[in-house]
Design a binder for this molecule. Structure first.
Ligand code: CA2
Length: 150
């Protein structure tokens, strides 16, 4: 039985993973990543809500939902990372630990990907390790949740 619940939220176009651009984002599909996350999370006693949307409003609503239902949030806001004050505000309204994750190292890419609205309200950021970054993020959020419980 899981002790804690985490939300793993994914933004626009991440449903296309494994279909195009494997050179940047790897060949795993989002379903593959979800399965890997569920395995790692269950080893750590975490129950996972795993979702993807192309709509900013869904992500804001799910962050608000997590505030009520979860112990931590892992977020790959995809392109909204670089544009969304609404997602940043929703995150800052939660008292939950937040880990920002990106498949690619956005700092090695175009200049418009260098700024993240999420980073300033996240506990930490994991990027550039492909799908493995999600597993690192689960390890990190488990530790943050344990610290909060102390
Ligand atoms: O590296 C990441 O995880 C990103 O969050 C991915 C976003 C990008 O806008 C961010 O700058 C960095 C893009 C996700 C789009 O996913 C695709 C998947 C397959 C083919 C094309 C795009």
């Amino acid at each position: 039985m899981a002790d804690h619940d985490i939300y793993i939220l994914n933004g626009p176009n991440l449903n296309m993973l494994g279909v195009r651009e494997p050179g940047i984002y790897g060949s795993d599909t989002l379903a593959d990543i979800e399965a890997m996350c569920r395995d790692r999370a269950s080893d750590l006693g975490l129950d996972v809500v795993f979702r993807q949307s192309n709509a900013e409003a869904d992500l804001v609503s799910w962050i608000q939902e997590a505030r009520e239902n979860a112990d931590g949030i892992i977020l790959n806001a995809a392109a909204y990372t670089h544009t969304s004050v609404a997602i940043r505000d929703a995150l800052s309204l939660t008292d939950l630990p937040v880990v920002e994750v990106h498949l690619s190292n956005t700092h090695k890419r175009e200049g418009f990907r260098h700024h993240s609205y999420v980073s300033a309200v996240a506990n930490g950021v994991i990027m550039g390790f492909g799908a493995q970054g999600y597993l690192l993020a689960i390890d990190a959020i488990a530790r943050l949740i344990d610290q909060d419980a102390l």
